[in-house]
Structures are given as structure tokens and as C-alpha cells.
Design a protein around this ligand. Structure first.
Ligand code: DGL
Length: 274
């Protein structure tokens, strides 16, 4: 089947995390056609072994690329990007935009030169992260909290649940109460899910912290790459086929998910990708 003439993006994550990037895309390019794929069958990625993840992500993205014929793919997941970007770029010829912890950005803006990172446990232990630190913020003290729970809290917050402040606060203390933690002035969000916890972090974290959410920058980068490979998106309302939202396993709170993805343009609900 030939690729559709108007650009079609595939945004991928383990769950709702990549929807922060979709949100940014919607405001920058409202008429863009976006398919979303969430590997809910293996959520949370942050608690899976690397070998399993690498194989799974490669297989799933190659299959999705074949079936959905995107013009460009966004791997809107730090845990997946820091592991599988090189192999995906080797396997597929279309442009792939990844999402990596905003260490470089934090290094650019931190005045205290002590920066924090919140990420999944898997991202926190990746050599990729050490390399980012060495290459782009070597003069900064980097403190990391690899969290087992924040991605799941973000899933709940996205579906409209009010989180207990104490459960979010507990996670923040694991970062700020490390030795030197009181010097942190900038915290990067190293997991796309955390976009949906940002209001909690801003409210419950220490005052004066700069919270860096890379989602808008990832969306801008994708649009720049899209400009390289395809004509500009058609005017609003003229997209050829509706945006689709795929999961690899049924969600726990079906109705909550359907209503919350609708405001991001996925008005036809979700379907299983197989
Ligand atoms: N949203 C993903 C990330 O950016 C991971 C969440 C998870 O599945 O653990 O790393």
C-alpha cells in the first residue's frame, strides 16, 4: 500500500505518556493526522528487563510502521528511546524522533549547577544517561530518582483521579533528600508520563524549582523533521482518515480513558493493535 500523501504521525509510548507530546502537536499543528500506539500489555516499561524491552519495541514498531504507514514516528518514551533508538533507526528508513532525558537543557539553565532528574528505574540505570551527563552537563552535580511508582500515578491522574499529595511528596523526597539535594534548582522530567504530574510537582515540590518538560520541544523537533520529509499538513479539517488510538491490551478504566483521549482528538475511542 503506498504511503498516504498527507503526513501521518505515529506516536508511541508504553501508556498515556506520549499524549503530552500529542497535546503539544495539537496546539502547534492542529490539522496533523496522528495515530497513537500504547504498549499497555507491557506497561510499565520502567520495570521490564532490557532484553525483553528491546526485542518487544523493535518488533512492535516495525509491525506498526508496516500496518499504519506513518510518515514519521515519535518514540515518545524515554525508557524505549534510551534503549531502542539505534536499532529502530537501523531497521526502518523513515525518520524517527526520540525522547531523551533533558540533561542538556538542565545543564544550560541551572544556576546552582546541581540538577535533578525524575525518571523510570530503567532509564535511571541506562549508560545512555551517564553519557548525556558527561557530554552535556559534566560540570553539574546530577541527582536522579528512578521511580517505580510515578508512571502509574500519572496514568491515574490522566484519567482524572485526584492523587493523594503525600504519595507524590514521598517520591519527591527521594530526589530532594539525597545528599546535596537542597542545592537542586532544576529538575528534568525523564519520563513522558510525568507531564501529567507536573501540576503536582510544581505545587508540592520545593519553591523556586525549574521543572523541565521536553514534550513541546519533542513536538517541535518532529514538525521540523516532517518539514524535511513531507509537504506541510493540510488545512484544518481536511485530513484523509481519522486519528486512531491503539492499545496492545484493554485498559483498566475503559470509560475514563475513552473520555480523556477524546479531548486530544481521538474521538473514536480506542482499538486493540494486533
Ligand atoms: N513514558 C515512559 C517513559 O518516558 C515510561 C513509563 C513506563 O512504562 O514505565 O519512560
Amino acid at each position: 500500500m503506498p504511503a498516504p500523501s498527507s503526513p501521518r504521525l505515529l506516536v508511541f509510548d508504553s501508556g498515556i505518556g506520549g499524549l503530552g507530546v500529542v497535546q503539544a502537536l495539537r496546539s502547534l499543528a492542529p490539522s496533523l493526522t496522528i495515530d497513537y500506539l500504547a504498549d499497555t500489555a507491557l506497561f510499565p516499561y520502567g520495570e521490564q528487563p532490557d532484553d525483553l524491552l528491546r526485542e518487544r519495541i523493535t518488533e512492535l514498531i516495525c509491525k506498526a510502521s508496516d500496518a499504519l504507514k506513518p510518515t514519521l514516528i515519535i518514540i515518545a518514551c524515554n525508557t524505549a528511546s534510551t534503549l531502542a533508538l539505534p536499532i529502530l533507526r537501523e531497521r526502518l528508513t523513515l525518520p524517527i524522533v526520540g525522547c531523551v532525558p533533558p540533561i542538556r537543557w538542565a545543564g544550560r539553565v541551572s544556576a546552582s549547577r546541581t540538577i535533578g532528574l525524575l525518571a523510570t528505574s530503567a532509564t535511571a540505570r541506562r549508560p545512555y544517561l551517564k553519557q548525556l551527563h558527561e557530554d552535556f552537563a559534566a560540570d553539574c552535580h546530577l541527582l536522579i530518582h528512578g521511580s517505580r511508582h510515578l508512571a502509574n500515578m500519572a496514568e491515574r491522574a490522566f484519567r482524572g483521579e485526584q492523587l493523594e499529595p503525600a504519595e507524590v511528596q514521598q517520591e519527591l523526597t527521594y530526589l530532594f533528600e539525597q545528599p546535596g539535594g537542597s542545592d537542586i534548582d532544576t529538575v528534568g522530567l525523564g519520563c513522558t508520563h510525568y507531564t501529567f504530574l507536573l501540576p503536582y510537582f510544581q505545587r508540592l515540590g520545593p519553591t523556586g524549582i525549574m521543572w523541565l518538560d521536553p514534550a513541546p520541544a519533542v513536538a517541535q523537533q518532529a514538525l521540523r523533521r516532517l518539514g524535511d520529509v513531507a509537504e506541510a499538513p493540510p488545512p484544518s479539517g481536511l485530513t484523509a482518515t481519522p486519528d486512531r488510538f491503539f492499545l496492545t491490551a484493554p485498559p483498566q478504566n475503559n470509560q475514563d480513558l475513552a473520555s480523556h483521549i477524546a479531548w486530544l482528538g481521538f474521538t473514536n475511542g480506542w482499538e486493540i493493535f494486533s
